[in-house]
Design a binder for this molecule. Sequence first.
Ligand SMILES: [Zn+2]
Length: 287
Amino acid sequence: MYILLFIFGLAIGSFINVVALRYREGKSIFADIYGRSHCPHCGKTLRWYELMPLVSFVIQGGRCRSCHERISWQYPIVELIAGLILVLVPYRLMSFYHGIYSPYLPIFIWVIAFLTLLLIAAIDFRKRIIPDSLTIFIASLGVAMFFIHASLGDFGLSNGLIGGTFLGSYALILFWGSSLLVNTLLGLAFGLVFVGLVYILSRGRGIGFGDVKLAAATGLLMGWPDIALALILAFIIGGIIGGLLMLLRHKSGQDSVPFGPFIAAGITLVFFLGYDILNAYFYLFKL
Ligand SMILES: [Zn+2]
């Protein structure tokens, strides 16, 4: 079952690559996805055996069969991540909702959310832009999650799982409110205000307004206090990688680094390891 999901995920990753690569600002996300794939260097149309996700890249040694130019690492990386999303997200949620709820709807929503975040990260990485349509889509998934959790009542108060938070009992000391509505709206507000302040203080040089909107949308999806940890981790990872890139390239701080992929990374960390990260943190500092 998980092997089939992984292969299906690779195919979706391949599709995400095409959508991300052909996206043009101001156009609909799916405006240019038709037409055969071709090598961006020599223009040769790719045959079916050159289009197998991951496999073709490995067999061809990461090069085009015609002109032997290097193929971007983005292709196999995005394919692999999409495959992992299809396997690991259901696996995680099966144990998260264990004994409380059959989590097929949350699994569906979170898989779609992570695939959308992957597409956002891929587009932001190349084009330095986060399409509004994708941000709005993430926000609507957040609204759907709210209604799913609302229909369950206070489902998670047993088993150490609390109201859809991935932080377990640590959510309680982070001013977690017992109202699902308050937590959801607080998540939205935190994303907007926290990343909005960074945007204003950096005068839009460090991050863009697209990042502010994405932070608010993902805040709606994750809720408070999960989104707080996710965005703090995003800034920590972004700061470390941005700093390393500056050292390696000997460039000034004006060289922009896309922030969308780091928001996605922060959310991924909290989704899979939120409780463990806080556990390690409080253990390290003997709190
Ligand atoms: Zn070529």
